[in-house]
Design a protein around this ligand. Structure first.
Ligand SMILES: [Zn+2]
Length: 137
């Protein structure tokens, strides 16, 4: 590997770290640069979605509307897609049981700790009042 490539790789790892990615896991999984870039972008998208959701859920609580709800549900669908993409780029099985971003969404009111404890176990704990995952979604 040339000097320039090494430099680029070092920068990429730095970026990955800043995005909150586990750089040790990146090495353990033997990810290539395009996969690392994908992961960084997916995390950026998650961050943007979470920011949008935060604003929307605040708006919704003040003034509920079907339009906002639809928007929130579409963001939630995107989170699910991203979780599968993350698994793919991490070389993990694409398995919903291991998803852990959906219950951290700002608009989600499902229990966080209970669901964290169940990552990898089939079946989630849903708050039926949750606008994203509850009975009226
Ligand atoms: Zn929820």
């Amino acid at each position: 590997m040339g000097c320039r490539q090494l430099n680029e790789l070092a920068l990429l790892y730095e970026q990955a770290k800043k995005s909150g990615l586990n750089t040790k896991l990146i090495m353990d999984q033997g990810l290539d640069t395009s996969e690392i870039k994908n992961l960084i972008n997916l995390h950026k998208r998650l961050k943007n979605i979470f920011e949008d959701e935060e604003k929307l859920i605040k708006e919704y609580k003040e003034n509920p509307s079907e339009e906002i709800k639809k928007h929130l549900l579409s963001l939630s669908d995107q989170v699910k897609e991203i979780e599968f993409e993350l698994q793919k780029n991490w070389h993990f099985d694409q398995n919903e049981d291991y998803h852990s971003w959906w219950f951290r969404q700002p608009a989600c009111s499902c229990p966080i700790i209970d669901n964290f404890e169940r990552v990898g176990v089939p079946g989630f704990i849903i708050n039926q009042e949750c606008i994203l995952h509850g009975k009226d979604k």
